[in-house]
Design a protein around this ligand. Structure first.
Ligand SMILES: Nc1ncnc2c1ncn2[C@@H]1O[C@H](COP(=O)(O)OP(=O)(O)OP(=O)(O)O)[C@@H](O)[C@H]1O
Ligand SMILES: [Mg+2]
Length: 363
């Protein structure tokens, strides 16, 4: 947008607006540039013309909590400018931005000679801004509470889960011993592998609820991982008469095998649920692209409902499912993020494709 039409500038009388445009320095900032750090002495007011800036507070070592976002036509840094106190948060570019910055001393001089109406307009904006930051903060607190609830819930489930699961494990070991033929052994091994997965899944959910994701990293061959995935799920696909196929190059990533398996399980599980009453197919492709592993998971289902597409990766976003907790894609994203990768999707009434990028193992 043009500087002259920015809401901050247009709050002033024409003469002062012109003066402000003259004083403003236009700068272009690439993604991830830190504009100022928490605790710094304020020297500029910033007007956003293009892009986006995020405000975050440090919560612990290398961990930040986002408290607000500034978009074109917003301005920021006014608190420090007005009271001279150190910056209360870090400002970091989250989408390539063009900002106009106005030096504090010159701005204060103009503000000292400004008519009441302009000051009132600015005051109104600052209050609006404070309200929206508070609302965002409250939402985040509610989100945290929800996550703590998930943690508690899963804790109870794990507790109640362990004895029946151990029972299944022992029973299948017993059956295997009593009937040591090849077919029974194979089925019993499958039961035991699934039981093990149930335990791992609950542990992962617990970890997600705690908000931490520790990875047990090893070299993982994605092609072998998918072979195992197909074996574990073949009965599941057969039950719903679904076609499943994958094509994978021997791409090796440095990752947590169980967690990556969970990503496939959650995304393919969603595709199965979308297809199970109508039949269809699910395809996975894995290939290497420069320094990354690319993964595509496609289905020819009805597509992700439009009303949740914007918020799909948020926890508790679910649609049209009985008993869906809305955590599947949120967990998948948290795992891909923890691996330093990216996940996105494309969905239409013809089907859905999830696209994952992971860094490959450097040798
Ligand atoms: N491949 C897909 N095709 C159609 N809809 C999908 C697909 N993947 C996800 N969805 C939609 O997105 C919603 C959110 O998925 P997500 O996996 O996060 O939660 P959930 O499946 O509802 O619950 P949970 O996975 O925790 O059991 C689903 O309820 C479904 O409506
Ligand atoms: Mg799901």
């Amino acid at each position: 947008m043009e500087l002259q039409s920015h809401r901050f500038i247009s709050s002033f009388e024409p003469e002062q607006a012109l003066e402000l445009c003259r004083l403003a320095v236009l700068e272009h900032y690439p993604n991830k540039t830190v504009i100022f750090e928490e605790g710094e002495i304020p020297d500029y007011l910033y007007l956003v013309l293009e892009g986006q800036v995020e405000f975050r507070k440090r919560t612990s070592f290398e961990k930040y909590q986002t408290i607000a976002l500034a978009k074109p036509n917003d301005f920021f840094g006014e608190f420090g400018i007005l009271d001279g106190q150190p910056r209360s948060a870090q400002a970091i570019v989250c989408k390539e931005a063009t900002l106009a910055k106005i030096p504090r001393d010159l701005l204060m001089e103009i503000l000292n000679n400004t008519r009441g109406s302009a000051v009132l307009k600015l005051f109104g904006y600052v209050i609006e801004h404070m309200r929206s930051t508070t609302a965002q903060y409250v939402n985040q607190m509610v989100h945290k509470e929800k996550m703590a609830l998930v943690g508690e819930m899963v804790n109870t489930i794990i507790h109640d889960f362990k004895s029946p699961v151990t029972g299944i494990h022992l029973a299948s070991a017993m059956v295997k011993e009593l009937h040591p033929d090849e077919e029974t052994t194979e089925w019993c091994d499958l039961i035991q592998a699934q039981v093990q997965r149930m335990l791992v899944m609950t542990e992962e959910l617990l970890e997600f609820g705690r908000g931490s994701s520790t990875l047990q990293k090893h070299p993982v061959n994605l092609s072998l991982l998918l072979q195992r995935f197909e074996k574990l799920n073949s009965v599941y696909f057969k039950t719903y008469h679904l076609e499943f196929a994958f094509e994978a190059a021997d791409v090796i990533v440095n990752g947590d095998e169980n967690k990556l398996m969970r990503v496939f399980q959650n995304l393919v599980g969603n595709a199965v649920e979308a297809l199970k009453n109508r039949g269809g197919r699910i395809n996975i492709a894995v290939w290497e692209n420069r320094k990354t592993a690319e993964i595509k998971i496609c289905d020819n289902g009805p597509g992700i409902p439009e009303e949740i597409r914007d918020r799909l990766f948020e926890p508790f976003v679910t649609h049209g499912k009985q008993g869906g907790s809305g955590l599947g894609t949120a967990i998948a994203k948290s795992i891909i993020d923890a691996h330093g990768g990216q996940i996105s999707f494309h969905s239409s009434s013809e089907g859905t494709t999830f696209h994952i990028i992971l860094p490959i193992l450097k040798v």
